[in-house]
Write a protein that binds this ligand. Structure first.
Ligand SMILES: Cc1ncc(COP(=O)(O)O)c(C=O)c1O
Length: 394
Protein backbone atom coordinates (compact mmCIF):
# COMPACT_ATOMS: atom_id res chain seq x y z
CA UNK A 1 0.00 0.00 0.00
CA UNK A 2 1.28 3.41 -0.92
CA UNK A 3 -0.09 6.70 0.25
CA UNK A 4 -0.59 9.61 -2.10
CA UNK A 5 2.83 11.07 -1.45
CA UNK A 6 1.79 14.35 -3.05
CA UNK A 7 0.17 15.11 0.29
CA UNK A 8 3.64 15.22 1.81
CA UNK A 9 4.39 18.20 -0.43
CA UNK A 10 1.65 20.30 1.16
CA UNK A 11 2.88 23.15 3.30
CA UNK A 12 1.42 23.19 6.78
CA UNK A 13 -0.79 26.20 7.16
CA UNK A 14 0.07 27.95 10.39
CA UNK A 15 -1.89 31.07 9.55
CA UNK A 16 -5.06 30.67 11.58
CA UNK A 17 -3.47 28.55 14.32
CA UNK A 18 -0.75 31.18 14.82
CA UNK A 19 -3.37 33.93 14.96
CA UNK A 20 -5.35 31.94 17.55
CA UNK A 21 -2.21 31.31 19.64
CA UNK A 22 -1.10 34.94 19.57
CA UNK A 23 -4.58 36.16 20.53
CA UNK A 24 -4.91 33.69 23.38
CA UNK A 25 -1.42 34.57 24.70
CA UNK A 26 -2.35 38.25 24.61
CA UNK A 27 -5.67 37.55 26.33
CA UNK A 28 -4.07 35.59 29.14
CA UNK A 29 -1.63 38.48 29.70
CA UNK A 30 -4.34 41.16 29.53
CA UNK A 31 -7.63 39.45 30.45
CA UNK A 32 -9.55 42.75 30.64
CA UNK A 33 -8.81 43.87 27.09
CA UNK A 34 -11.68 43.77 24.62
CA UNK A 35 -10.36 42.21 21.45
CA UNK A 36 -12.19 42.85 18.17
CA UNK A 37 -11.80 40.34 15.37
CA UNK A 38 -11.86 41.85 11.92
CA UNK A 39 -10.01 38.95 10.36
CA UNK A 40 -12.85 36.49 10.10
CA UNK A 41 -13.86 35.15 6.73
CA UNK A 42 -17.20 33.90 8.00
CA UNK A 43 -20.53 35.67 8.00
CA UNK A 44 -22.20 36.71 11.25
CA UNK A 45 -25.76 37.69 10.27
CA UNK A 46 -28.38 34.91 10.49
CA UNK A 47 -30.23 33.30 7.57
CA UNK A 48 -32.94 35.55 6.18
CA UNK A 49 -36.61 34.92 6.83
CA UNK A 50 -37.46 33.72 3.33
CA UNK A 51 -34.80 31.00 3.58
CA UNK A 52 -35.83 29.91 7.07
CA UNK A 53 -39.50 29.69 6.08
CA UNK A 54 -38.69 27.69 2.96
CA UNK A 55 -36.52 25.25 4.88
CA UNK A 56 -39.12 24.84 7.62
CA UNK A 57 -41.79 24.10 5.01
CA UNK A 58 -39.45 21.57 3.39
CA UNK A 59 -38.85 19.85 6.73
CA UNK A 60 -42.60 19.48 7.23
CA UNK A 61 -43.00 18.22 3.68
CA UNK A 62 -40.35 15.56 4.27
CA UNK A 63 -42.37 14.33 7.25
CA UNK A 64 -45.38 13.47 5.12
CA UNK A 65 -45.89 10.38 2.98
CA UNK A 66 -46.61 12.44 -0.13
CA UNK A 67 -43.84 14.96 0.38
CA UNK A 68 -41.04 12.63 1.45
CA UNK A 69 -37.97 12.59 -0.80
CA UNK A 70 -35.17 10.06 -0.85
CA UNK A 71 -32.14 10.41 -3.10
CA UNK A 72 -32.43 13.47 -5.30
CA UNK A 73 -30.78 14.21 -8.64
CA UNK A 74 -27.00 14.50 -8.14
CA UNK A 75 -26.90 17.70 -10.19
CA UNK A 76 -29.61 19.35 -8.11
CA UNK A 77 -33.39 19.63 -8.29
CA UNK A 78 -34.85 21.30 -11.37
CA UNK A 79 -36.51 24.00 -9.27
CA UNK A 80 -33.14 25.26 -8.03
CA UNK A 81 -31.30 24.86 -11.33
CA UNK A 82 -34.06 26.83 -12.96
CA UNK A 83 -33.87 29.56 -10.27
CA UNK A 84 -30.11 29.88 -10.88
CA UNK A 85 -30.69 30.00 -14.62
CA UNK A 86 -33.16 32.87 -14.15
CA UNK A 87 -30.74 34.65 -11.82
CA UNK A 88 -28.20 34.69 -14.65
CA UNK A 89 -30.84 35.67 -17.19
CA UNK A 90 -31.60 38.81 -15.20
CA UNK A 91 -28.00 39.82 -15.85
CA UNK A 92 -28.16 39.03 -19.54
CA UNK A 93 -26.47 35.62 -19.36
CA UNK A 94 -28.48 32.86 -21.01
CA UNK A 95 -27.80 29.39 -19.66
CA UNK A 96 -29.40 26.03 -20.13
CA UNK A 97 -30.67 24.36 -17.01
CA UNK A 98 -28.33 21.39 -17.44
CA UNK A 99 -25.32 23.71 -17.47
CA UNK A 100 -26.09 24.46 -13.80
CA UNK A 101 -24.79 21.97 -11.22
CA UNK A 102 -25.93 22.42 -7.61
CA UNK A 103 -23.17 21.76 -5.08
CA UNK A 104 -22.58 21.74 -1.35
CA UNK A 105 -20.41 24.82 -1.79
CA UNK A 106 -17.70 26.24 -4.00
CA UNK A 107 -14.82 24.75 -2.04
CA UNK A 108 -15.83 21.15 -2.81
CA UNK A 109 -16.39 21.84 -6.49
CA UNK A 110 -13.16 23.80 -6.86
CA UNK A 111 -11.33 20.74 -5.56
CA UNK A 112 -13.46 18.10 -7.29
CA UNK A 113 -13.40 19.69 -10.75
CA UNK A 114 -9.75 18.67 -10.99
CA UNK A 115 -10.91 15.05 -11.45
CA UNK A 116 -11.85 15.84 -15.04
CA UNK A 117 -8.46 17.28 -16.03
CA UNK A 118 -5.30 15.35 -16.89
CA UNK A 119 -2.47 15.35 -14.41
CA UNK A 120 -0.02 16.61 -17.04
CA UNK A 121 -1.71 20.01 -17.16
CA UNK A 122 0.14 23.00 -15.79
CA UNK A 123 -1.96 25.32 -13.64
CA UNK A 124 -1.51 29.06 -13.33
CA UNK A 125 -2.55 30.54 -10.00
CA UNK A 126 -2.42 34.14 -8.80
CA UNK A 127 -0.34 34.89 -5.72
CA UNK A 128 -1.74 35.81 -3.20
CA UNK A 129 -5.00 33.88 -3.39
CA UNK A 130 -7.50 31.59 -1.66
CA UNK A 131 -5.20 28.68 -0.69
CA UNK A 132 -7.55 25.89 -1.88
CA UNK A 133 -6.44 26.27 -5.53
CA UNK A 134 -2.83 25.60 -4.65
CA UNK A 135 -3.38 22.77 -2.19
CA UNK A 136 -5.81 20.81 -4.35
CA UNK A 137 -3.31 20.84 -7.21
CA UNK A 138 -0.43 19.85 -4.94
CA UNK A 139 -2.55 16.90 -3.76
CA UNK A 140 -2.99 15.84 -7.37
CA UNK A 141 0.68 16.37 -8.18
CA UNK A 142 0.15 18.94 -10.91
CA UNK A 143 2.75 21.47 -11.89
CA UNK A 144 1.85 24.90 -10.52
CA UNK A 145 3.11 28.23 -11.76
CA UNK A 146 2.24 31.54 -10.18
CA UNK A 147 1.37 34.97 -11.47
CA UNK A 148 2.22 37.96 -9.35
CA UNK A 149 -0.59 40.05 -7.95
CA UNK A 150 0.92 43.17 -6.45
CA UNK A 151 0.59 46.87 -5.81
CA UNK A 152 1.72 47.70 -9.38
CA UNK A 153 -1.09 45.73 -11.04
CA UNK A 154 -3.64 46.56 -8.32
CA UNK A 155 -3.59 42.87 -7.34
CA UNK A 156 -5.18 42.01 -10.69
CA UNK A 157 -2.58 40.13 -12.75
CA UNK A 158 -3.10 40.11 -16.53
CA UNK A 159 -2.14 37.47 -19.12
CA UNK A 160 1.54 37.08 -19.87
CA UNK A 161 2.00 35.68 -23.38
CA UNK A 162 5.29 34.04 -22.41
CA UNK A 163 3.69 31.93 -19.72
CA UNK A 164 2.39 28.54 -20.81
CA UNK A 165 -0.36 27.02 -18.72
CA UNK A 166 -3.41 24.83 -19.37
CA UNK A 167 -5.68 25.70 -16.47
CA UNK A 168 -5.97 29.23 -15.08
CA UNK A 169 -7.57 30.27 -11.82
CA UNK A 170 -9.17 33.68 -11.52
CA UNK A 171 -10.99 34.90 -8.44
CA UNK A 172 -13.01 38.10 -8.69
CA UNK A 173 -13.92 39.71 -6.29
CA UNK A 174 -10.75 38.30 -4.91
CA UNK A 175 -10.06 36.64 -1.61
CA UNK A 176 -7.92 37.92 0.08
CA UNK A 177 -7.41 41.20 -1.79
CA UNK A 178 -10.95 42.34 -2.60
CA UNK A 179 -9.76 43.41 -6.06
CA UNK A 180 -12.31 43.05 -8.88
CA UNK A 181 -11.58 42.62 -12.60
CA UNK A 182 -13.38 44.99 -14.95
CA UNK A 183 -14.87 43.88 -18.28
CA UNK A 184 -11.84 44.83 -20.38
CA UNK A 185 -9.51 42.96 -18.09
CA UNK A 186 -11.68 39.85 -18.09
CA UNK A 187 -11.99 40.10 -21.86
CA UNK A 188 -8.21 40.02 -22.11
CA UNK A 189 -8.23 36.80 -20.09
CA UNK A 190 -11.02 35.25 -22.17
CA UNK A 191 -9.21 36.16 -25.42
CA UNK A 192 -6.00 34.68 -24.06
CA UNK A 193 -7.78 31.48 -23.00
CA UNK A 194 -9.50 31.10 -26.37
CA UNK A 195 -6.37 31.64 -28.41
CA UNK A 196 -4.30 29.28 -26.26
CA UNK A 197 -7.09 26.71 -25.80
CA UNK A 198 -6.79 26.81 -22.04
CA UNK A 199 -9.57 26.63 -19.47
CA UNK A 200 -10.33 29.32 -16.89
CA UNK A 201 -11.67 28.28 -13.50
CA UNK A 202 -13.51 31.42 -12.46
CA UNK A 203 -14.33 31.73 -8.79
CA UNK A 204 -17.24 34.13 -8.37
CA UNK A 205 -18.00 33.26 -4.74
CA UNK A 206 -18.27 36.97 -3.89
CA UNK A 207 -20.17 38.19 -6.99
CA UNK A 208 -23.14 39.36 -4.92
CA UNK A 209 -20.95 42.02 -3.31
CA UNK A 210 -20.39 43.81 -6.61
CA UNK A 211 -22.43 47.01 -6.60
CA UNK A 212 -20.84 48.84 -9.52
CA UNK A 213 -23.04 48.10 -12.55
CA UNK A 214 -20.05 48.31 -14.88
CA UNK A 215 -18.18 45.47 -13.20
CA UNK A 216 -18.84 41.90 -14.38
CA UNK A 217 -20.42 39.59 -11.82
CA UNK A 218 -20.05 36.58 -14.05
CA UNK A 219 -17.32 35.75 -16.54
CA UNK A 220 -20.10 34.85 -18.99
CA UNK A 221 -20.85 38.55 -19.34
CA UNK A 222 -17.77 38.47 -21.59
CA UNK A 223 -18.21 37.20 -25.16
CA UNK A 224 -16.54 33.88 -25.74
CA UNK A 225 -16.31 32.93 -22.05
CA UNK A 226 -18.70 30.01 -22.48
CA UNK A 227 -16.08 28.39 -24.68
CA UNK A 228 -13.30 28.63 -22.13
CA UNK A 229 -14.57 29.08 -18.55
CA UNK A 230 -16.19 27.19 -15.72
CA UNK A 231 -17.73 29.40 -13.04
CA UNK A 232 -18.01 28.57 -9.33
CA UNK A 233 -20.55 30.30 -7.12
CA UNK A 234 -21.58 30.01 -3.54
CA UNK A 235 -24.43 31.04 -1.31
CA UNK A 236 -22.03 31.10 1.65
CA UNK A 237 -21.31 34.82 1.76
CA UNK A 238 -24.22 35.79 -0.50
CA UNK A 239 -26.90 34.45 1.80
CA UNK A 240 -25.19 33.31 5.00
CA UNK A 241 -24.92 29.66 3.91
CA UNK A 242 -21.41 29.02 5.28
CA UNK A 243 -22.82 26.44 7.68
CA UNK A 244 -25.90 25.51 5.65
CA UNK A 245 -23.83 24.60 2.55
CA UNK A 246 -25.02 25.25 -0.97
CA UNK A 247 -23.42 26.58 -4.13
CA UNK A 248 -23.52 26.04 -7.87
CA UNK A 249 -21.09 25.51 -10.69
CA UNK A 250 -21.72 26.43 -14.31
CA UNK A 251 -20.23 24.15 -16.97
CA UNK A 252 -21.38 25.39 -20.40
CA UNK A 253 -21.95 22.96 -23.28
CA UNK A 254 -19.60 24.99 -25.47
CA UNK A 255 -16.65 23.82 -23.37
CA UNK A 256 -15.19 21.19 -25.65
CA UNK A 257 -11.58 20.05 -25.41
CA UNK A 258 -10.13 17.08 -27.30
CA UNK A 259 -13.58 16.62 -28.84
CA UNK A 260 -15.02 16.02 -25.40
CA UNK A 261 -17.66 18.01 -23.58
CA UNK A 262 -16.54 19.10 -20.11
CA UNK A 263 -20.22 19.28 -19.14
CA UNK A 264 -20.54 15.55 -19.87
CA UNK A 265 -17.37 14.71 -17.96
CA UNK A 266 -18.48 16.74 -14.95
CA UNK A 267 -21.95 15.16 -15.01
CA UNK A 268 -20.32 11.72 -15.05
CA UNK A 269 -18.01 12.69 -12.22
CA UNK A 270 -20.82 14.07 -10.09
CA UNK A 271 -23.23 11.20 -10.67
CA UNK A 272 -20.48 8.79 -9.67
CA UNK A 273 -18.97 10.53 -6.65
CA UNK A 274 -21.67 12.88 -5.32
CA UNK A 275 -25.20 12.24 -4.13
CA UNK A 276 -26.58 15.74 -4.21
CA UNK A 277 -27.42 18.50 -1.76
CA UNK A 278 -30.24 17.82 0.74
CA UNK A 279 -33.74 18.69 -0.48
CA UNK A 280 -34.36 20.93 2.55
CA UNK A 281 -31.23 22.96 1.82
CA UNK A 282 -32.08 23.27 -1.86
CA UNK A 283 -35.53 24.62 -0.97
CA UNK A 284 -33.80 27.18 1.27
CA UNK A 285 -31.43 28.06 -1.58
CA UNK A 286 -34.35 28.43 -3.98
CA UNK A 287 -35.83 31.03 -1.61
CA UNK A 288 -32.65 33.13 -1.97
CA UNK A 289 -33.56 33.69 -5.62
CA UNK A 290 -37.15 34.81 -4.98
CA UNK A 291 -37.98 38.51 -4.97
CA UNK A 292 -38.40 38.47 -1.21
CA UNK A 293 -35.20 36.47 -0.69
CA UNK A 294 -33.18 38.81 -2.93
CA UNK A 295 -34.46 41.81 -1.00
CA UNK A 296 -33.58 40.25 2.33
CA UNK A 297 -30.10 39.06 1.39
CA UNK A 298 -29.35 42.46 -0.12
CA UNK A 299 -30.10 44.06 3.23
CA UNK A 300 -27.46 41.83 4.81
CA UNK A 301 -24.95 42.48 2.03
CA UNK A 302 -25.54 46.22 2.40
CA UNK A 303 -24.89 45.92 6.11
CA UNK A 304 -21.54 44.26 5.42
CA UNK A 305 -20.68 46.75 2.68
CA UNK A 306 -21.39 49.62 5.04
CA UNK A 307 -18.84 48.08 7.42
CA UNK A 308 -16.42 47.89 4.52
CA UNK A 309 -17.02 51.57 3.80
CA UNK A 310 -16.30 52.49 7.43
CA UNK A 311 -13.02 50.57 7.26
CA UNK A 312 -12.08 52.04 3.86
CA UNK A 313 -12.77 55.61 4.96
CA UNK A 314 -10.59 55.20 8.04
CA UNK A 315 -7.72 53.83 5.98
CA UNK A 316 -8.07 56.64 3.43
CA UNK A 317 -8.00 59.22 6.24
CA UNK A 318 -4.86 57.61 7.61
CA UNK A 319 -3.24 57.63 4.17
CA UNK A 320 -2.89 53.84 4.16
CA UNK A 321 -2.85 52.22 0.68
CA UNK A 322 -5.50 49.55 0.13
CA UNK A 323 -7.60 47.76 -2.47
CA UNK A 324 -11.06 46.21 -2.12
CA UNK A 325 -13.74 47.28 0.30
CA UNK A 326 -16.12 48.59 -2.34
CA UNK A 327 -17.44 45.69 -4.32
CA UNK A 328 -16.10 43.08 -2.01
CA UNK A 329 -16.15 42.07 1.65
CA UNK A 330 -12.36 42.22 1.90
CA UNK A 331 -10.02 45.14 2.44
CA UNK A 332 -6.39 44.52 1.63
CA UNK A 333 -4.07 47.13 3.04
CA UNK A 334 -0.41 47.85 2.82
CA UNK A 335 1.17 47.61 6.25
CA UNK A 336 2.29 51.08 7.30
CA UNK A 337 5.98 51.91 7.81
CA UNK A 338 7.19 48.87 5.89
CA UNK A 339 6.09 46.55 8.64
CA UNK A 340 5.87 42.88 7.72
CA UNK A 341 2.44 41.26 7.83
CA UNK A 342 3.13 39.65 11.20
CA UNK A 343 4.75 42.78 12.66
CA UNK A 344 1.60 44.69 11.77
CA UNK A 345 -0.54 41.92 13.22
CA UNK A 346 1.27 42.24 16.57
CA UNK A 347 1.23 46.03 16.39
CA UNK A 348 -2.52 46.14 15.80
CA UNK A 349 -3.24 43.55 18.47
CA UNK A 350 -1.17 45.39 21.06
CA UNK A 351 -2.08 48.96 20.21
CA UNK A 352 -5.71 48.68 19.09
CA UNK A 353 -6.71 45.20 20.31
CA UNK A 354 -7.85 44.49 16.76
CA UNK A 355 -7.19 41.19 15.00
CA UNK A 356 -6.80 40.91 11.24
CA UNK A 357 -5.16 38.40 8.91
CA UNK A 358 -1.52 38.72 7.84
CA UNK A 359 -1.29 38.75 4.05
CA UNK A 360 1.77 36.53 4.06
CA UNK A 361 -0.52 33.58 4.82
CA UNK A 362 -2.01 33.82 1.30
CA UNK A 363 1.21 33.66 -0.71
CA UNK A 364 4.62 35.30 -0.99
CA UNK A 365 3.23 38.50 -2.54
CA UNK A 366 1.00 38.90 0.50
CA UNK A 367 4.02 39.80 2.64
CA UNK A 368 3.75 43.40 3.79
CA UNK A 369 -0.04 43.36 3.35
CA UNK A 370 -2.94 42.68 5.67
CA UNK A 371 -6.57 41.56 5.26
CA UNK A 372 -9.51 43.06 7.11
CA UNK A 373 -13.07 41.87 6.57
CA UNK A 374 -16.47 43.50 6.87
CA UNK A 375 -18.22 40.48 8.37
CA UNK A 376 -18.06 41.79 11.94
CA UNK A 377 -20.75 43.63 13.87
CA UNK A 378 -21.29 47.32 13.08
CA UNK A 379 -20.44 48.52 16.61
CA UNK A 380 -17.25 46.44 16.62
CA UNK A 381 -16.21 47.75 13.22
CA UNK A 382 -16.75 51.36 14.33
CA UNK A 383 -14.89 50.82 17.62
CA UNK A 384 -12.02 49.06 15.85
CA UNK A 385 -11.64 51.91 13.38
CA UNK A 386 -11.77 54.50 16.15
CA UNK A 387 -8.97 52.68 17.92
CA UNK A 388 -6.90 52.34 14.75
CA UNK A 389 -7.32 56.06 14.02
CA UNK A 390 -5.84 56.89 17.41
CA UNK A 391 -2.66 54.86 17.12
CA UNK A 392 0.51 56.35 15.78
CA UNK A 393 2.11 54.70 12.79
CA UNK A 394 5.45 56.54 12.93
C1 LIG B 1 -12.59 32.71 -2.99
C2 LIG B 1 -13.38 31.66 -2.32
N1 LIG B 1 -13.89 30.68 -3.05
C3 LIG B 1 -14.62 29.70 -2.47
C4 LIG B 1 -14.86 29.70 -1.12
C5 LIG B 1 -15.60 28.54 -0.51
O1 LIG B 1 -16.93 28.78 -0.44
P1 LIG B 1 -17.96 27.70 0.08
O2 LIG B 1 -18.32 28.08 1.47
O3 LIG B 1 -19.10 27.79 -0.87
O4 LIG B 1 -17.32 26.35 0.03
C6 LIG B 1 -14.35 30.70 -0.32
C7 LIG B 1 -14.59 30.70 1.13
O5 LIG B 1 -14.04 31.42 1.91
C8 LIG B 1 -13.59 31.72 -0.95
O6 LIG B 1 -13.05 32.71 -0.22
Amino acid sequence: MQINSNYLNLHDSYLFSTIARKVSEYKSKYPDKDIIRLGIGDVTLPLCEAVVNAMQAAVSEMGTQEGFKGYGPEQGYDFLRSAVKDYYKNRGVVLEENEVFISDGAKSDLGNILDIFGLENTVLIPDPVYPVYVDTNIMAGRKIIYMNANEENGFLPMPDLDVKADIIYLCSPNNPTGAVYNKDQLKAWVDYALSNKVVILFDAAYEAFIQDKELPRSIYEIDGAKQCAIEFCSLSKTAGFTGTRCGYTIVPHELVYENTSLNKLWLRRQTTKFNGVPYIIQRGAEAVFTEEGQKQIKENINYYLENAKIISETLSDLGIWFVGGKNSPYIWLKCPNNMTSWEFFDYLLENANVVGTPGEGFGKNGEGFFRLTCFGKREDTITAMRRISRIKFE
